[in-house]
Structure formats: C-alpha cells, structure tokens
Design a protein around this ligand. Structure first.
Ligand SMILES: [Zn+2]
Length: 149
C-alpha cells in the first residue's frame, strides 16, 4: 500500500492507525527521568488506545522544545518524524514534570514551556494530534492540552 492510498480517517480512528505489521503507535517526547517513563507511556496507551509508545528522551524536553538549542530541537524533530512516518504514529505527546533536573521551575513555568513546545511540534507539520502532559508530584501523568479537544 502506498503512502497516498490511505482512506480519509475520522478523528477518532486517527488515534490508532495500524502500521504495516498491524501494530499501533503513539510518540512521546519526554525527560530522561526514570520516574516519568512508565506513567507517561501508560497514560498515552490508555487514553489513545495504542499498543506501543515510541519514546524520545532529552533532559528537560519541554524546556528544550520551548527555548532550544536549535540543533537539539532538530534532532528531536527528526526522531518524531521517523516515528510518525515509519510507525504511523498519529499522536505526538510532549511531557513536562515535577522536580525536573533538566528544566527546573514551577508548575506554571512548565505549563508555559509545554504551550510553546506544543506550538513547536504543531509547526513541524507532521499532521498528527499533539498532546501536552504534566506529571505531577505523585508521578501521575495528566493531559493538559490536546489539539483535538
Ligand atoms: Zn526532568
């Protein structure tokens, strides 16, 4: 099947598009912090009904996408594009979290970074749903923004 022959998809069905092997993927851009891996993956799997989550990590990823440096942003963009194009991910999430070493700051500062990071990802024109996640002090991931809500 060529890349141009996919039928138009409804917004709900677009969340979980099977790739060539029949698997469904989403994409997470997350901090390297071990405390925020499983909760982010599980939130995305349950909310968007995908089997797998491709994970791109960078210390303080929300701050990187908000403010740079540009070469790191570009590296993240390439990895996200690979996940979208080859695994047919239709959701790209960016996560920020409490007690982040890579991007220290208040929750309000992280939410501002998330807003800018979401705008950055939307600007990549991957034609995906873009979701912002906040991982709170109990290490629970909350959806704070969603381009389809
Ligand atoms: Zn962190």
């Amino acid at each position: 099947m060529s890349a141009v022959s996919h039928p138009a998809q409804t917004p709900s069905a677009r969340n979980a598009v099977k790739n060539a092997a029949g698997d469904t993927f989403a994409t997470a851009i997350n901090c390297i912090d071990g405390r925020v891996q499983i909760c982010v993956i599980e939130k995305i799997r349950s909310r968007f009904a995908v089997q797998y989550v491709d994970v791109i990590t960078e210390p303080g990823a929300d701050g990187i996408l908000a403010f740079g440096p540009p070469e790191v942003i570009e590296a993240i963009r390439r990895k996200a594009a690979l996940s979208v194009e080859r695994h047919r991910s239709r959701v790209v999430a960016i996560a920020a979290h409490h007690d982040c070493l890579g991007n220290p700051g208040s929750k309000a500062e992280h939410l501002e970074c998330l807003k800018r990071a979401v705008e950055r990802i939307v600007g990549w024109n991957l034609k995906v749903r873009v979701v912002g996640l906040w991982v709170n002090e109990r290490w629970c991931a909350e959806i704070v923004s969603d381009t389809e809500q």
